[in-house]
Design a protein around this ligand. Structure first.
Ligand SMILES: [Cu+2]
Length: 200
């Protein structure tokens, strides 16, 4: 994954955050490790288990993390592969929550912060991974807790490829997803709030 898809430059500029984000990126070893691992995975070219396809965009391993009783928000993750012309994930909706947003997560002053992004770039021929600690789908104002073992539908909307409904499987609260899940146990970040960064 390249840095452009992790931190869409246009988005950051629009928010007036480019300088802050650049500094945070340079000073965030955790973020660098995650990017290196993602690059390794892409280079390895491991086949993605395709859960759904719309146009030239394939969706792999959609999952969400279980939430505690009373939690207002939950995180959703998946992989996207775009075999067509450049496209973008521009939105999502689901019956499990009042609202669904696309979020990025980054280190700022040694604090993990997440914020809404208007779109997630899907460059042609690239795999983009939404995962804990990085880009993710955020279910806001959950109507009920997400329980491990259950699944629920999410409609994804792409700028060019259009809409597709995908089934998200709910994994345990500590799940990092995928065989290469990092040792970073970071969960339950309140929406719009900050949490301490790595303890090293
Ligand atoms: Cu979020």
């Amino acid at each position: 994954m390249n840095s452009r898809s992790v931190f869409p430059v246009k988005t950051l500029a629009a928010l007036g955050l480019s300088a802050v984000a650049s500094i945070a990126l340079a000073q965030a070893p955790m973020q660098q490790q995650m990017q290196q691992r993602m690059q390794q995975q892409n280079q390895a070219g491991a086949a993605m288990a395709v859960a759904a396809k719309v146009g030239q965009v394939s969706i792999g391993s959609p999952w969400a993390r279980a939430t505690a009783p009373g939690a207002a928000v939950g995180g959703g993750f998946l992989m996207l592969e775009n075999a067509g012309a450049d496209d973008k994930l521009v939105g999502a909706s689901s019956p499990v929550s009042a609202k669904v947003e696309l979020h990025s997560m980054s280190m700022e002053n040694n604090v993990m912060r997440m914020r809404e992004v208007p779109a997630i770039d899907l460059p042609t021929g690239k795999r983009v991974e939404l995962r804990p600690g990085g880009l993710h789908i955020m279910f806001i104002d959950l109507k009920a807790p997400l329980k491990a073992g259950e699944s629920f539908p999410v409609k994804l909307r792409f700028e060019k490829a259009g809409e597709v409904e995908v089934t998200f499987k709910v994994e345990s609260m500590g799940a990092m997803g995928g065989p290469a899940g990092s040792g970073m146990h970071q969960q339950g970040v309140p929406h719009g709030a900050a949490m301490p960064g790595s303890k090293n």
